[in-house]
Design a protein around this ligand. Structure first.
Ligand SMILES: [Mg+2]
Length: 366
């Protein structure tokens, strides 16, 4: 896999800055409690201003104010909003699909956006698939998407390691996560241990027992793992605390959308377990880390104010857009309700919301 030099430079700079900013534990579990100064992104890095409370969206319905906080407005005139953007970055879970079902009207909506000349990208903090794996998922849902339009956190982890020239150290990665991380590491030729091979492992505690670890492990990547277990926690703890391995998190999402019936514990729970036993903070490579926005803005040469982030989560998607100077649009087709958005405890307010991105073209689902 090849990365452009500019992407790699931007990626390293973004992640180094992320490391320099101490992400508080509360950011994992409580979106509304996130202090703006603790989240990585352009606004706090002195390069770009954070999004104002009310965006200049002339001709587009504005939200009101609620105790000094913006009350998001429903996007009632989508054509005007679409005219104001050239690039739209979509979150996937809860926006394009829920579980294994495409959200009604989405295929037609994406087709029409492309027909209008909009550039579309898909970003997901879900690391269980590689970009190749996501391409298959898009295909299976009847969505024609190119691999280079997909940015998964599994890819971001591999790109970060490649930028750091990790392969040249001769070290290995200990993987907590699923096949997506494994496939991306294989593509860049970085050896790994753990991952799916450690599913179901049980620690048998006996007097004098010490868990053996591979002393060549130089990094631990923690992604969402449905086979998370105590063996993996202890192995990661030894690698990080004893061997000095770098602690890398694909993302810190509190909950995820494994089924459409309820919220499920996300990678924040796996990362939290490793933080708990190592007292270390991870390098975060997925949203809301700024690296992908930096890459796209430079590659496409599009001003950030003509780029939009569309997502269903406040603490990753909306914050990700706002901290990078993008327009932000919330869709209620995923994990966030309007009541949660307008709760006095929530300070992350998008400018607009839609029930689904199919609302961009109301007649297409009528
Ligand atoms: Mg989502």
């Amino acid at each position: 896999m090849k990365f452009s030099a500019s992407f790699l430079i931007l990626l390293l700079a973004s992640v180094c800055l992320t490391q320099a900013i101490n992400l508080r534990p509360s950011s994992i579990t409580d979106a509304s409690a996130i202090p703006h100064t603790h989240i990585s992104g352009g606004g706090i890095l002195g390069r770009r201003p954070a999004a104002p409370a009310v965006m200049d969206t002339s001709g587009i319905e504005q939200g009101g104010q609620q105790g000094g906080l913006l009350t998001p407005a429903k996007l009632t005139r989508p054509q005007e909003w679409l005219d104001s953007v050239d690039v739209i970055i979509f979150d996937c879970d809860g926006v394009i699909w829920r579980g294994d079902s495409v959200i009604p009207g989405v295929p037609e909506t994406l087709e029409r956006l492309r027909a209008l000349g909009k550039k579309v990208f898909f970003v997901t903090n879900n690391s269980t698939k590689s970009r190749k794996g996501y391409k298959k998922k898009f295909d299976s849902l009847g969505l024609d998407v190119k691999p280079e339009e997909i940015f998964s956190s599994s890819f971001a982890a591999a790109a970060y390691l490649e930028q750091k020239k990790f392969k040249e150290t001769g070290k290995k990665v200990y993987v907590i996560g699923e096949v997506g991380i494994e496939e991306e590491l294989d593509l860049i030729g970085v050896p790994w241990v753990g991952g799916t091979k450690d599913a179901g492992k049980v620690v048998e505690l006996k007097p004098g027992y010490a868990m053996p670890v591979d002393e060549d492990v130089g990094a631990v990547v923690v992604g969402f793992d449905r086979h998370f277990n105590y063996h993996k926690i202890q192995y990661a703890q030894l690698c990080i605390a004893e061997l000095g391995a770098e602690f890398i998190a694909t993302n810190l999402d509190a909950v995820t959308h494994l089924t459409d019936a309820q919220e499920w514990a996300g990678n924040g729970s796996m990362v939290g377990a490793i933080k708990g036993c190592t007292k270390r903070e991870p390098t975060v490579v997925g949203k809301p880390s700024a690296l992908m926005i930096d890459y796209l803005a430079e590659k496409l040469g599009v001003p950030r104010q003509r780029m939009a982030m569309v997502g269903d989560r406040l603490d990753t998607d909306i914050l990700f857009g706002q901290r990078n100077g993008l327009k932000s649009l919330l869709t209620l087709s995923g994990v966030t309700t309007l009541d949660k958005v307008n709760s006095p405890q929530n300070s992350i307010r998008p400018e607009h919301y839609v029930d689904s991105i199919a609302d961009f073209f109301p007649q297409s689902t009528a």
